[in-house]
Write a protein that binds this ligand. Structure first.
Ligand code: COA
Length: 378
């Protein structure tokens, strides 16, 4: 089995595999391909036949204030008659080897099933929650700032994006996913001087429909209250509001009553591809001078295998090979540790990491962060 970028004549075969794998109309895959570019569509072939493939989003992700390049895997599909034979695992291993060659430090994905991804070193590393609330609960809010309709792809929206820990450094392909869905359309507004909102419709079989907040920024109180007033204005025909947000979602802090529910809680996975690049690229706590001695095993990417010393101090972070290997872990445990999703102590309790008490406490401090999340899917 070979994993490599798509060649033009192979597209109909891959498109057919993807259409059989996902609930996306067949022409939606042309949009997917156009967004990513052929160089970022990968196929796995056997004896000249395309038996599966996936897309690669070239993104970044913010870790303690710094954007680290991320290979975001999406649209993993295997031909139905070839499933259960190790094709997806071989495809995922091939993509990771490609990312390692390019020194892309981290890979990520949303798993529909975890086994295949775990087998090549991915682990749960963050989440996103889908909230639902009755729009009638927001009736008391009034507009306080100017609200201006704009095209959902307007660059002013991008300039107002305020990423936090774990949020994506969005590529044009991701902005395009937000502004132009595979099905239906979006509507957008600028809110005052600092905010924006992109809305979508979830059609129902009745005249009523649900309102979807696809993306928003409302970093000041008058803007946030005006956003809620704009949303509430839909309440004659929209029963519910839905949006994806953080586990500690700030919009809920403004709700007069606790009337929301969480309808889905999704966990995404990370795989550290290049330990050195990942450590050097991210942000770290300030005011510390510390050295963490790690012993890492990686059965797939040998450059990550061995002992490393991570030093964090006033000059930034440094990584050297060697040291005493006081904290032992498989590469799969490094994803959740790196993102701050699971602390070193918790990973030790889960049997995914071993270390002396001082090294565990130090790792807890160095990687401590708010729960990593992001709103969009890739
Ligand atoms: C999910 C999918 C890509 C797996 O492809 P595959 O080639 O059959 O997977 P592999 O044979 O490489 O399986 C690797 C491991 O994952 C497990 N696995 C595969 N499909 C699974 C499923 N649907 N549910 C649970 N485990 C699954 C296999 O059992 C195997 O684990 P094991 O060796 O411990 O038994 C394929 O079923 C598919 O295309 N599904 C539809 C689209 C989809 O869900 N894509 C994933 C989006 S994230």
């Amino acid at each position: 089995m070979n994993v490599r970028p798509l060649q033009l004549p192979e597209w109909p075969a891959l498109q057919s595999v993807l259409a059989q794998s996902f609930n996306v109309p067949e022409n939606g895959w042309d949009t997917f391909r156009g967004r990513l570019g052929d160089e970022n569509i990968f196929v796995i072939e056997q004896d000249g036949q395309v038996i599966g493939g996936c897309g690669l989003y070239r993104l970044g992700q913010y870790w303690q204030g710094r954007s680290v390049p991320l290979g975001g895997i999406g649209g993993v599909g295997v031909a139905p008659h070839m499933r259960g034979k190790g094709v997806a695992r071989a495809l995922m291993a091939g993509i990771l080897q490609q990312l390692a060659l390019e020194k892309v430090p981290v890979a990520g994905l949303f798993p529909a099933t975890q086994r295949v991804y775990r087998s090549v070193g991915y682990e749960q590393s963050g989440e996103r929650w889908c909230y639902q609330a009755p729009l009638s609960a927001l009736a008391s809010f009034r507009q306080e700032v100017e609200i201006l309709p704009v095209d959902p792809m307007d660059p002013a929206i991008r300039s107002r994006y305020r990423p936090r820990h774990g949020n994506l450094d969005r590529s044009p392909a991701i902005w395009s996913r937000l502004g132009k869905p595979y099905v239906g359309r979006r509507y957008a507004w600028l809110l005052g001087e600092d905010g924006y909102v992109i809305l979508g419709h979830s059609p129902q079989d009745t005249p009523h429909w649900d309102l979807e907040v696809v993306d928003y920024a409302a970093p000041s109180l008058p803007t946030a209250r005006s956003l809620l007033s704009l949303l509430a204005g839909h309440r004659s025909l929209c029963d519910h509001l839905r949006w994806w947000g953080a586990p500690a979602d700030p919009l809920l802090a403004l709700f007069p009553e606790p009337v929301w529910s969480v309808t889905v809680a999704q966990r995404w996975m990370l795989r550290i591809v290049d330990v050195v690049g990942a450590f050097l690229g991210r942000g770290w706590p300030t005011g510390v001078e510390e050295e963490l001695h790690l012993a890492i095993t990686d059965g797939l990417l040998s450059q990550n295998q061995g002992n490393f010393v991570l030093s964090v101090g006033s000059q930034g972070a440094g990584v050297e090979r060697g040291g005493e290997g006081r904290l032992s872990l498989d590469i799969s445990a490094l994803g959740p540790l790196y993102s701050g999703y699971f602390s070193a102590s918790l990973l030790a309790e889960l049997g995914k990491l071993r270390g002396d008490p001082e090294s565990l406490a130090l790792a807890d401090r160095l990687f401590a962060a708010p729960t990593p999340w992001f709103r969009e899917i890739y």
